[in-house]
Structures are given as C-alpha cells and as structure tokens.
Design a protein around this ligand. Structure first.
Ligand code: SF4
Ligand code: SF4
Length: 337
C-alpha cells in the first residue's frame, strides 16, 4: 500500500480536508490530564499525541444510553428511533482501540446480530496513529504493537518532522483524494517499547486461567475492590448492557432504554426475585479477567483484552489486570515446574 509524508505543519489542513468529506471525531484535551474523542470543530484543537482517551470510540457505535423504543398506550403506538450509519472518520485512534472495534464487530455479529451497533458501524473509517506506551499500556503482550495498522484505513506513523501516512484500504485512499502529499521513501520508525508485559502467550494463558480458577488472588484483589464498575465502563471491549422500561406518571407512555452495564457491579447479576448469582466481589473479579482471557478467547484463540491499560489506570483501588494475570502465570509455573 502507498505511503506518504505528512509534515506537522500540514496536519490541520489534512484534518480540514477530512472534514470536507465526513464528520470527523478525534481526541481533544479535557481538563488538565484527560483526553476524549469528540466531533472536530476546529482542526487545531485535535491532539494526536496523547496517552489514552477516557473512553474508546466504542461510545459512538454503542452509546452509553440509547432509547430502543417508545410506546403510547392511549394512542396504541410503539415507535423505534431511526438508527443511521455514522459515515464518519475516526482520526487519531491508537492501534489497540482499532482492534477493540474489530472485537466488538465479532461480538455483535455473532449469534443474533445487533442491528443498532452494526448499522452505526457502516461507513466508519479509522485513521490510526502511533503512540508512545506509558506505564499502563501492555498491548504488545496481546499482539498489538504501537504501530499495528490492523483495522485502520489510514495510519499515521510518527516520524521526524511529521508522520509517515500509510493508505491501507480503498476507503483510506479515497480520503486522500484531492490532498496531494509527497511519497515517504524512508523506512518506518521502530515501534516504541512497552513498560508492562504479560509473560505468556494466549495459547498458554487458557491453561493458566483454568488452573487459577480457585486462586487466592481473587479474594486478595477483591478486598481492595469497591465494586465501582469503572474498569468495565472504560474498557473498549466490554459490551454488556442492561435494558429497562420506564413509564411516565400516567402509566400510559414510556420508553425502553439500553445502558452500559458492568460485571463488577453487584446489580449486574441480580435477577428476578432478588437472587444475585455472583454475590462475592472475588467472583466478579474472576469473571472479568476470564472474559478477557478465557471464555471468548477459548473460542477465538485471541485475548479479548487489547492492552489499553484503561482499567488499571482508572482503578482507584490500584488493581492491575496485568499483575493479576502475571500472578496466575507464576503460580501455574511453580506448580508445573
Ligand atoms: S475499577 Fe477497581 S475498584 Fe472499581 S470495580 Fe474495577 S477493580 Fe474494583
Ligand atoms: S481489560 Fe483493561 S487493559 Fe484490557 S482492554 Fe479492557 S480496559 Fe483495556
């Protein structure tokens, strides 16, 4: 695929060129230290060199809250909101978040395809950007180097004075039409190293987790956990939701709403009659980690964690998914030695 040179001084013009074709979403600074994807209004507000955003671009395909239908018993009507393809460009997406979208695609197309998510995904183009791993990133351990272009239509590799811009799909090439750029003849810079690692491949991890099902680590970590659910809410591959009907005071009108939910929350496993089938925080901790490295992974052969580090960076209790997994690896190796 073709590779071009985008000098730093032309980045805002490049963003304006993207805006002339589609709605563009990109990282913006929020407060002092946070970053969030938002619709681009002024190209100069876009931040392409950032550690991680609070949420991934998942929020645009699977909104945190959405109305699924509304009903009116007086008029005897029931209506579903119209869901349309986003037809947008997501600019400045890190490699792990691009791959998280592919994992969500798998989840929402498998079994009973999820119409709203899949409709919104149509026409969405992703322009990835390389990043410098901080102390929380570990995507290299789950097969996603910082310069991995999987799932992207264009990719910006940071290099001296700007970016080596790779065109990876016909959709990406189309975005470049009418914006002439010189070829980038030099090689790509080496991907930046990671400071966090999980020390076994997924092929072994499935045995490690099976062995660690009754590990003491779940209780030890659960003692610190406040069951706030933040780790679920920030995770780009978590996709669980709750659906609730609400009615107005006349009990004749109402709506059905879908909201993000999380398996670390006690209410997540509360069912009719008040039974809670994962009452203990330790069981909930184990479930989250097994969802990322065993249950779906045993079917797909891939970790379902993309190593973004958000859950650890956001956890006020200092609970690290990398530390948990490496503890299980050490325990497994000690027994098998
Ligand atoms: S963010 Fe930390 S404290 Fe909150 S539920 Fe997750 S592990 Fe527990
Ligand atoms: S489990 Fe944690 S590190 Fe893995 S994808 Fe989710 S938030 Fe990122």
């Amino acid at each position: 695929m073709a590779r071009f040179y985008l000098e730093k001084g032309k980045v805002t013009a490049f963003i304006a060129h993207l805006q002339s074709q589609k709605t563009v979403y990109a990282p913006h600074r929020k407060g002092r230290n946070a970053f969030a994807f938002a619709p681009v209004e002024r190209p100069e507000d876009v931040v392409l060199d950032y550690p991680r955003t609070v949420s991934s671009i998942k929020k645009y395909f699977l909104p945190a809250r959405e109305e699924l239908l509304s009903f009116n018993l007086v008029e005897n009507t029931c209506a579903q909101p119209v869901v349309a393809p986003l037809d947008a460009v997501f600019l400045g997406v890190h490699s792990y978040d691009a791959q998280a979208v592919l994992k969500l695609d798998h989840n929402f197309v498998t079994g009973n395809p999820e119409r709203n998510y899949l409709t919104r995904r149509q026409g969405a183009l992703i322009v990835g950007v390389g990043f410098t791993p901080d102390r929380f990133h570990f995507s290299g351990s789950v097969g996603i180097p910082a310069g991995d272009t999987t799932g992207c239509d264009l990719f910006l590799h940071p290099c001296e004075g700007g970016y080596a811009l790779e065109a990876l799909t016909p959709g990406g090439e189309g975005l470049l039409a009418g914006f002439p750029l010189p070829a980038h003849a030099a090689g790509l810079p080496a991907a930046a190293p990671f400071h966090q690692h999980i020390y076994v491949p997924q092929a072994k991890l499935k045995d490690v987790l099976a062995h660690g099902y009754d590990s003491e680590v779940w209780e030890e970590e659960a003692e610190k956990c406040t069951s706030c659910g933040t780790c679920n809410l920030v995770c780009p591959t978590c996709y669980c939701f709750d659906v609730e009907d609400g009615v107005d005071i006349t009990v004749t009108r109402g709506s059905r709403e879908r909201r993000w939910d999380g398996c670390l929350l006690r209410s997540f496993t509360e069912v009719a009659g008040g039974e809670v089938f994962r009452e203990e925080p330790a069981d909930r901790q184990r479930h989250r980690v097994f969802r990322k490295f065993k249950y779906i992974s045993d079917e797909t052969g891939e970790p379902w964690c993309v190593g973004c580090g958000r859950c650890t960076a956001s956890c006020t209790a200092g609970i690290s998914i990398v530390s948990i997994v490496n503890r299980l690896v050490n325990d497994y190796d000690a027994v098998k030695a």
